[in-house]
Design a protein around this ligand. Structure first.
Ligand code: HEC
Ligand code: HEC
Length: 265
């Protein structure tokens, strides 16, 4: 049977993506300083890629950002900032300095609104790091909270997609069980209990409305009965360590650590 002719106006098969043929719906912006865009890209790729995609056109759970009114109408981060600060359903809050927000904004604005920028396509593999260097980095930076023979045992076998593995260790809450999810059992959560003016800090072992138990650094177990706010109990955000580290990794550290974790089978 003869094939039906393509509908009038349809592009020839194998032609450029539709977006290239359409005039832009929005005025293009003046080009930003490439150094600023690059800085924004760095922060974006660590904090936002997993959910919104490397090309900001949507990822695991997050919408396409290029055409959202927030991004379209934003000039220099002034509309983006409040969204990040408040968070959204399914998106954690990000308390980023204004300079980083405007860098991210510059990165998002650097995309053609209707276009598809081929140079932004993800490389075929991100396992380009040096696993040995990654191991050394891990020993220095991560072993205060993790061990590859304990909680991260077999992580590279458990998460086989390198991209997902990378996002998991960069931002555990986002890639793992969703933002705000309670830490899994075995996670080290620190707690401090202040009683009679004395503050006792250690690893949380149990907490409910009536009792809080912890193990001090020297191994001493302690338990306190709770009566409302007495004693005062402060849980230390378990992902605080990860947030603090986010700004410190270089690209090389990130690739090296991912290569190392991928080798932990
Ligand atoms: C854990 C996943 C996750 C991460 C990480 C994340 N987002 Fe989101 N983001 C979402 C989801 C889901 C929504 C949609 C929320 C909704 O529908 O209300 C969203 C919405 C947004 C919106 C609003 C879009 C609109 O139409 O109003 C902006 C802007 C945004 N994100 C930017 C960012 C930036 C920039 C980062 C990195 C600093 C980031 N997000 C990190 C999941 C995420
Ligand atoms: C201050 C403590 C701390 C430091 C330092 C730290 N992490 Fe974490 N990490 C955590 C906590 C807490 C979680 C959340 C665990 C959970 O939700 O189960 C976590 C989660 C993870 C996860 C996800 C585990 C899983 O089973 O899905 C990975 C992978 C990870 N971290 C890797 C690293 C790497 C690599 C480093 C060093 C670059 C590092 N972490 C530094 C505390 C820390």
């Amino acid at each position: 049977m003869a094939q039906a002719p393509p509908p009038a106006g349809a592009p020839p098969a194998g032609g450029p993506p539709a977006a290239f043929r359409r005039p832009p719906d929005f005025p293009t912006r003046p080009p930003a300083d490439p150094a600023v865009v690059e800085r924004g890209k760095q922060i974006y790729s660590i904090t936002c890629t997993f959910c919104h995609g490397a090309d900001a056109r949507g990822g695991s759970g997050g919408p396409n950002l290029i055409r959202t009114p927030v991004v379209l109408n934003d000039k220099n981060g002034e509309l983006l900032g409040p969204v990040l600060k408040e968070g959204r359903e399914g998106m954690p809050k990000f308390d980023l300095p204004a300079a980083q927000v405007s860098d991210i904004a510059a990165f998002l604005h650097s995309f053609r609104v209707g276009g598809y920028d081929i140079s932004r396509m993800a490389p075929p593999t991100i396992l380009v790091g040096d696993a040995k260097a990654g191991e050394a980095y891990f020993q220095k930076t991560c072993t205060s909270c993790h061990s590859v023979s304990n909680d991260l045992k077999g992580i590279g076998g458990r998460i086989t997609d390198p991209k997902r593995l990378q996002q998991t260790w960069l931002m555990p809450g986002a890639a793992g069980r969703g933002p705000g999810a309670p830490p899994s059992p075995g996670t080290i959560v620190k707690v401090s209990v202040t009683q009679g003016g004395k503050k006792i800090t250690g690893r949380l072992t149990k907490i409910d409305d009536f009792l809080v138990s912890l193990t001090e650094d020297d191994g001493t177990p302690r338990s306190f009965t709770r009566d409302g706010d007495n004693p005062k109990v402060e849980l230390i955000d378990p992902l605080q360590g990860h947030r603090a580290l986010l700004g410190k990794y270089t690209d090389k550290d990130i690739h090296d650590v991912t290569a190392f974790l991928a080798s932990v089978k």
